[in-house]
Each structure stands twice: as C-alpha cells, then as structure tokens.
Design a protein around this ligand. Structure first.
Ligand code: SAM
Ligand code: SF4
Length: 489
C-alpha cells in the first residue's frame, strides 16, 4: 500500500470513531442568514454597540448578531463598523502590528486542491523540498532581514511528514547568526494524528494553523477530490480539535475566500471558534482570510464567489467584531493598497513582511516571480524595511515580539490577557523593544529617523499608564544601544 492510501484508511477509521460533535449545520447557517436579511438600522447599531462592549470581556458575538452585520444594507453604517473594528483592536491589542515571514519548506503534495499550484496533477509545477543546508541558508537570509518569527509551510507528502516537519523546526531554531535566532516557528501544514502533533510540539512550535478552505460541505467536495487525504472534510474540520487534545498551545483557523458565499464562511469561522472554546476553553489564536490568487495549473481567475475589495474589507471588520480576543492575519497575497486600507480600518493585528514564497526564495531571489515555482502569486512585494516604514507612517508600531510564547503566555494562559483586554499592556513595551532592536541592527536611515520619533511617543503613553514599566523599558533601550539584545518583558 502506498503512504497515501495507508494514511487514507487510517483517517477514515478515525472519522468513523470521531467523538466530536459536528459544529457546522448548513441548514441552520442558511436559516440564520435568511432570518436576518435586511436588518433595521437600529438592529445593526445595537450589534455594533454589543461588539464594543464585548471587547472588554472577550466575548464573541452570537451567530445572529454576526449575520445582522453581514446582511447590513445601510451604506452609512459601514463606516461605523470600521470605526468599531479599529476600537476593538485598539482596546484589546493596542496600536501594534506584529510582523512575521512565511517560509515555504516543501511543495510536493499528494492532494489535488483545484485552486493550488502545488496540486499533484499540476505537473508543470517545479516541486522542491529544502535540503538541510538550504534550510539553513533560508533562515540566515530571514535573520538578515531582521525577522524573528516565521510560519513554516509544507505540502502534504511522505517526504514532508510529521517527522520531517519536526526535524525542520529543530533545525530552524538551531541556526544562530550573530547570536540571533528565530524565536517563534508557527506551522501551516496538513492535519495530523494526535501522536504526530505531539512529536512536532516537542520541538517548541508556536501556533498550528489549518485553514478549512470552505466550511460548506458540498463546495468542499467540489474543490478537494474525494479520493485524496484532504478530501475527507471531517478529518480537516476537527484537525485543530485533535491538536488541542494532543496538548498544542495555540491553533489558528481560516477560510479561503472565493470558494463559496462569504456570509456562510464567516459564520463557519464563528461556529469553529465556538466549538474550540466550548470543548477546550481556548478559542483560535488567530483567524486568517486568504483570498484565492492566481496559481499555475488552475483557473482561479474566474471564481464564482470572488469578493470585491470593498466586500473583503467589510468582512475583515466584521470578523474583528465577531471574535475580539483573536489575532487577525492579512497576508501578502493582497496588494499593498488593500493591506494599507485594512491596517487603517479593519483591526488587523498581524501581517507578513518582506514575503517571498518561493521554496528557497529568501536566499535565491530568482525563485520569486515564476508562477510554476510558487504556490500562488502574491500581491505585496515590499521589502521588510519599506513595510516597517509604512506601518510607522500609519501611526502603528511594528512589532517583532515573540515574548508571550517564550514566557509561556500561550493557549489558556494567553486567553485571559486577550479576553480582558490586558494584552496591550504587555505588548506595547515588547513592541517598543523589538522595534528598537530591528532599527539598531537592520533599519534604513529613514526607518531609524522615523522610529526615533515614534518610540518616545509610545514611551510617554506608557508613562501615563504604567510608569514603572516605562522606566524599565527606557533602561533596556540604553542597554540595547550598548549592545544588549533580545530584551523583553
Ligand atoms: N498543504 C497544507 C494544507 O493544505 O493544509 C498546507 C497549506 S497550503 C501550503 C497553505 C494555504 O494556502 C492553504 O490552506 C490555502 O488556504 C492557501 N492557498 C492555496 N492555494 C491558494 C491560492 N491559489 N491563492 C491563495 N491562497 C491559496
Ligand atoms: Fe496540497 Fe495544501 Fe495545496 Fe491542497 S492547498 S494541494 S493540500 S499544498
């Protein structure tokens, strides 16, 4: 039996014994969306007010409330929704934008997702797995950019199975350059069995991210052929339940917008978050919302449910209101204009910067632009310094912080901070310190100049709220100017 067919059988066996309760009820979601059509202006305003209150207690909106927002037809209220999204973000997370870089380690894949350049039937695609040496070169290149947090990405294949993933994580953490190293490795890979998650977890991973792609079963079946591992909907939809059961600290959810009706998908995300919270007491650490992009061997240009830019921004703001304690990630799939707009008004808290999704693309830039060497085409090609500058110009503070993870503030220990809107008090000092470190070691003159203006501004904000912390941060900044590194609270 091949690796894939043996695994397929084991997965079917797991599904037949699955004890978790189905949390996606298509009829119920359709019914809620129908029942809340054409809400009154007052209904929408009431939900916005509730969402703002929820920010302080970390409570999610109800499915009905979210459907009211999704069904809003009062044009003048969109601005209120955007303002509320920014308010919630500021209340819970403060003014920071956490930066990370995706690192593609292996592209071969046994699955055949119809929208993906890595699909097994796409023979024009150049498959590649980084060797140990190439992985080290990649990490050195990422460290040279000033990055400390990555998400490692893998296709599903016997050559990049859970043991390979664990080995890659170990290798990544082991690379030291000028005494600096990657401080947090998150993972985006196929769902695993519990013992496999545990093996990977032992290497000290951060968040495990799995996108359901679509919560709508019929659409899921259309894009993920039945005879493939990914074709088994229940295996994937409970993938993060197994991860938490196995002891992982943080999990991340997402949908691929463009496959099905966005309103259904947003409620799918909510039911997923509710199920994780009800079962394990921990909601998702982050939510992502990739939109389908051009990819080799696909027909992604004509997706029946593609969202316009305006719809997309509104959806992000609604997700911000829906789950106030969850980080929101918007990746470089999107063009700079959309990302900038989302920074301004949608309450995004994490973005990738200086992104290159070619396998080996950080140390060999030639891999970047050829469609048959990447999973899909990205829209934002700004280098990390340009991105840092841009974030600072928008009056936000770029953060390279990984402290929560390293200080054990993850999962159940992290949620109380996020849910009581206290995380910002820990984050601001660490954001200031990690930005300072970036500027000292990697910043362009322009970035240094702007950073030197905004850091004092944020320090005086700290003076007002937490004077003793502000004093400590000032001391650490002096230490850093004298050569200290990796200073955090
Ligand atoms: N193979 C693993 C899996 O599918 O779970 C790893 C994920 S894949 C390398 C990362 C994510 O990229 C997918 O979950 C999907 O949401 C997204 N993706 C795939 N094709 C895409 C496309 N054409 N445009 C945008 N995002 C895409
Ligand atoms: Fe493979 Fe993931 Fe691409 Fe599907 S989305 S073909 S599982 S890499």
């Amino acid at each position: 039996m091949s690796w894939a067919s043996e695994r397929y059988e084991r997965i079917l066996d797991w599904v037949s014994k699955n004890e978790y309760e189905n949390f996606i009820d298509d009829d119920k979601i359709d019914e809620i969306l129908t029942k809340t059509k054409n809400p009154s202006k007052q209904d929408v305003l009431d939900v916005i007010a509730r969402a703002k209150q929820n920010a302080l207690s970390g409570t999610m909106l109800s499915p009905i409330d979210v459907a009211v927002l999704l069904n809003n037809t009062h044009d003048e209220l969109w601005d209120e929704i955007f303002k509320a999204a920014s308010y919630v973000k500021e209340e819970v997370y403060g003014n920071r934008m956490v930066l990370f870089s995706p690192l593609y380690v292996a592209s071969p894949c046994v699955n055949n997702c119809k929208y993906c350049g890595f699909a097994t039937s796409n023979t024009a695609h150049e498959q590649k797995i980084l060797s140990d040496n190439e992985l080290v070169d990649e990490i050195n290149a990422v460290l040279d950019m000033g990055q400390k947090r990555i998400i490692a990405v893998f296709g599903e294949h016997p050559k990049s199975d859970y043991k390979f993933i664990a080995d890659s994580v170990r290798k990544i953490y082991s690379v030291k350059k000028n005494n600096l190293s990657i401080r947090r490795v998150n993972i985006n890979a196929a769902p695993m069995f519990e013992d496999e998650y545990q093996h990977v977890h032992k290497q000290g991973i951060g968040t495990f991210q799995i996108f359901q792609e679509t919560y709508h079963r019929q659409t899921y079946a259309k894009y993920h052929p039945k005879n493939t591992l990914k074709g088994i909907y229940d295996w994937r939809v409970f993938g993060l339940h197994r991860a938490l059961k196995a002891g992982l600290d943080d999990v991340a959810i997402g949908v691929l917008f463009g496959l099905y009706d966005y309103k259904f998908e947003v409620l799918g995300l909510l039911y997923h978050a509710m199920s994780l919270e009800a079962t394990f007491g921990i909601g998702p650490h982050t939510i992502s919302f990739p939109r389908i992009k051009k990819a080799s061997g696909t027909q992604n240009d004509n997706m029946p449910y593609a969202l316009s830019d305006d719809e997309f921004l509104r959806v992000i703001a609604i997700i911000r209101l829906m789950c106030p304690f969850t980080g929101l990630i918007l990746t470089a799939r999107e063009e700079p204009e959309i990302r900038d707009e989302a920074i301004k008004k949608c309450g995004i808290s994490q973005m990738d910067a200086g992104t290159n999704i070619g396998i080996g693309g950080y140390h060999d830039k030639s891999k970047k632009d050829e469609l048959n060497k990447v999973q899909f085409k990205i829209g934002d090609n700004r280098c990390i310094d340009e991105f840092v500058l841009n974030v600072m110009k928008k009056d936000k503070i770029p953060s390279f912080c990984t402290s929560c993870y390293r200080e054990g503030r993850t999962g159940e220990h992290f949620m109380p901070f996020a849910k009581n809107a206290k995380i910002k008090y820990l984050c601001l000092p660490n954001a200031i310190l990690t930005l300072k470190e970036y500027l000292l070691d990697y910043g362009s003159d322009e970035a240094k100049e702007l950073g030197d203006k905004i850091i004092p501004k944020y320090l005086s904000e700290l003076d007002e709220n937490l004077p003793h912390v502000a004093k400590k941060v000032r001391g650490l900044i002096v230490d850093m100017e004298n050569g200290a590194r990796d200073c955090h609270l």
